[in-house]
Each structure stands twice: as structure tokens, then as C-alpha cells.
Design a protein. Structure first.
Length: 210
């Protein structure tokens, strides 16, 4: 299943020479894709237009975010808001088993799918919270926050910024949202090889509360 773009992404990650990277995660990531395709007709996990292009459009994008996280020191905790089919967090966990992951999904059916994926892939250190952000989680204490495919991006964006702990980073790929207060947040626009190679979906801003 791994095509040219996936192999390119894996080569970039391998080039970082980081001990937390596990290339064997590809098998689990491919099984994740198989499960999405198996269940999509019943749960509408992704759009029909995306279904045939999950490795190229979703997997490599997840790996581009993982590269950002992996190059930092210290404990790594990820909160993914509006997880849906499990992107980007599930493949990030597959390739970095030490990553502590919390998924927030308001749909009970999709949350059930995520639980099934976690069980079938044998992923440890993954928590699924059923509910809508910001009610879930009750306390935002993750070092890294993603919210890539949410229905109300402006609201989620505002809620994340309001609750973002000092020192935590929002990996923001949301489009059409207002700029942040430069006195309260540090914003880094990421322009890297992942971006120039077309391996990341849209732009990426790292928003850190000062």
C-alpha cells in the first residue's frame, strides 16, 4: 500500500535518527486504513473523495506533524480534537509508540470505531473521550494539540486558544481563522521540506502561549 509519497515521508523521518521513531508502524498504519475503508460506508468516517487517497492525503500529513513533535525533548502528550477516523493521531501513535494520545470525538459511533482500532492495532497509551470540545477534556494539559478536521473551526480555534496552557503548542492547520494576540502567543509559520514537497495538507502554524 505504501506509495511514493509515503516512502518519501518515512525516509524524512528516518533521516532524523530519533530513537522514538518505529518504522514497523507502517503495518499498523496500513491496517488502520483498511479498517477505515471497511467501515466508512456505515459511519462516514471520511469523504468518498478521500477514501481512495488516504495514504497520500492523510497518512503523510500525519507524519509531517509527527516530525515536528519528535524533534522536541521531554515527555510528549498529544490531544487530538475531533478525531473522526483517527487522523492525524492514530498513525502518529503507530510510528511513535511512546507518544501519549488522547482523542476527543463527539460522535459515539466514531468514538466506538476509534476504540475498535486501538484494540485491533494493540495500541497502548491511547484514551478516547466521547464528547464535544471544550467540555471534553475537563482539563487541557497536553503539550501538543491538533484539531485538523472540525466542523466549526473558528469556534474550536477560539476555545483552544482560551484554554491553551502556558508552554503548550497548538499545531494549527485551520484556515480562515483570525490572527492571534502577539502579546499572549508566539506564532511560528512552519516552512520546511514537508511543506515544499507537498507532504503536508495546507499550511502549519505552531501557536504557543507565552
Amino acid at each position: 500500500m505504501a506509495g511514493k509519497q509515503v516512502e518519501q515521508a518515512l525516509a524524512l523521518l528516518e533521516g532524523l535518527n530519533l530513537p522514538c521513531f518505529c518504522r514497523d508502524g507502517l503495518q499498523k498504519a496500513e491496517e488502520h486504513i483498511r479498517l477505515i475503508r471497511e467501515w466508512n460506508h456505515a459511519i462516514s468516517l471520511v469523504s468518498q473523495g478521500d477514501l481512495a487517497f488516504l495514504p497520500e492525503r492523510h497518512l503523510v500529513d500525519a507524519l509531517s506533524l509527527l516530525a515536528v513533535i519528535m524533534q522536541t525533548s521531554g515527555e510528549k502528550r498529544l490531544l487530538d480534537i475531533g478525531s473522526g477516523a483517527g487522523y492525524p493521531a492514530i498513525p502518529m501513535k503507530c510510528f511513535c509508540p511512546t507518544l501519549d494520545v488522547t482523542l476527543v470525538e463527539r460522535s459515539r459511533r466514531k468514538a466506538g470505531f476509534l476504540q475498535r482500532v486501538i484494540s485491533l492495532l494493540g495500541l497502548e497509551g491511547v484514551t478516547v473521550l466521547t464528547g464535544e470540545f471544550p467540555a471534553q477534556p475537563e482539563r487541557l494539559d497536553a503539550q501538543w494539540i491538533t484539531a485538523r478536521a472540525v466542523e466549526r473551526p473558528k469556534k474550536v480555534y477560539a476555545d483552544v486558544l482560551q484554554r491553551l496552557p502556558q508552554g503548550s503548542v497548538f499545531l494549527c492547520q485551520l484556515e480562515g481563522v483570525p490572527p492571534v494576540d502577539s502579546e499572549m502567543f508566539h506564532v511560528e509559520h512552519v516552512e520546511d521540506v514537508w511543506q515544499s514537497s507537498g507532504l503536508r495538507r495546507g499550511s502549519l502554524r505552531l501557536i504557543r502561549k507565552k
